[in-house]
Design a protein around this ligand. Structure first.
Ligand code: SF4
Length: 315
């Protein structure tokens, strides 16, 4: 019999369980109860055929915290034997088991905002987001006249300076006249700068947080490009982004897309003026009598109101 035939026969899983193994439910339960705490082995759930004369009995696990898990007891019987023996007992998750989230290696676990004070985050030498600060492509060829001339001049100057003063950190200072020295003088010397890929990913990320498609921008009366609170930034990203400096805005201190916007736009809303009372109305067609003294009592008023001529006529 060939090895392949033997392997295929040993790997074949029968459809019907071995009768003696399938009937050994009590034996399997006793094994499960021995492994588990008393009273946590529940109802018999099912029988799973593992191979010839090998089956696994599954029992509910009633332990709190293991909802959906099942005690699996595998039993087996030797060929032509009448005795069922125990293989193993183990607690396994069922289809509805409550499981812990999938484990993530530490190197992939870092998320934005995870860094705290004092933490160091090493950057890979092959980090795609970065590229060398200068490539040297524009340097004069080593055999060019210019290069030779410069080298001689620099050499002479260096010799003079070296005699004048010692340079304790000479290894950290770039050679005079080199591209690195020139870049440092201009404030541009960095070992690595953002690569095209780094620029694109940064722009995508910023646009996602403070871009034209955000609900805030959709409801804004105008965009940041015309806002007085926008601080422009340099570099190629300055063509599409700036920094918001409105302390009451939702993006104060953040890089915002020029197409972003919010209700705090400097020109979008006009401050309402406080209501002014109406000017007083002067009616010059009517004379209002103002009593100089307080009115006498009501009886005297009636007498005063009576026409004196009438009174005389009656008498
Ligand atoms: S206040 Fe609003 S509109 Fe103005 S720059 Fe900031 S986010 Fe843009």
């Amino acid at each position: 019999m060939s090895a392949a035939t033997t392997r295929s026969r040993t790997q074949r899983t029968p459809r019907t369980p071995d009768r003696l193994c399938a009937e050994a439910v009590g034996f399997a339960r006793a094994a499960a109860e021995e492994a588990a705490a008393p009273g946590v082995v529940g109802e018999h759930v099912e029988v799973v055929v593992e191979g010839d004369r090998v089956v696994t009995h599954l029992f509910e696990c009633k332990e709190l915290g293991y909802r959906g898990w099942r005690w699996a007891v595998t039993v087996a019987r030797a060929s032509r034997a009448k005795v069922v023996t125990l293989d193993e007992t183990v607690l396994l998750p069922g289809p509805d088991a409550l499981l812990a989230p999938e484990w993530v290696p530490w190197s992939e676990r870092l998320r934005p905002g995870d860094m705290g004070p004092g933490d160091l985050l090493p950057t890979d030498a092959e980090d795609l987001r970065l590229e060398p600060g200068y490539s040297g492509e524009d340097a004069p060829p080593p055999n060019s006249v210019l290069s030779q001339e410069l080298a001689e001049r620099v050499e002479a100057e260096d010799a003079e300076l070296a005699a004048a003063d010692a340079a304790p950190a000479a290894d950290a200072v770039p050679a005079r006249g080199s591209l690195a020295a020139l870049a440092e003088e201009l404030g541009m010397r960095r070992a690595r700068v953002l690569s095209r890929y780094g620029l694109h990913t940064s722009a995508d990320r910023w646009d996602e947080g403070y871009g034209a498609k955000t609900p805030m921008a959709q409801a804004a009366p105008a965009s940041c490009v015309s806002c007085g609170f926008l601080v422009p930034i340099g570099g190629s990203l300055g063509q599409a982004f700036g920094v918001c400096a409105n302390e009451f805005g939702p993006a104060d201190g953040h890089v915002v897309s020029l197409a972003y916007g919010c209700g705090g736009h400097s020109e979008a809303a006009v401050m309402p003026k406080p209501p002014r009372p109406a000017p007083p109305v002067l009616d010059e067609t009517k004379v209002d009598e103002l009593p100089l003294r307080p009115a006498p009592d009501s009886g005297s008023v009636k007498a005063a109101d009576t026409d004196p001529d009438e009174d005389l006529g009656h008498s």
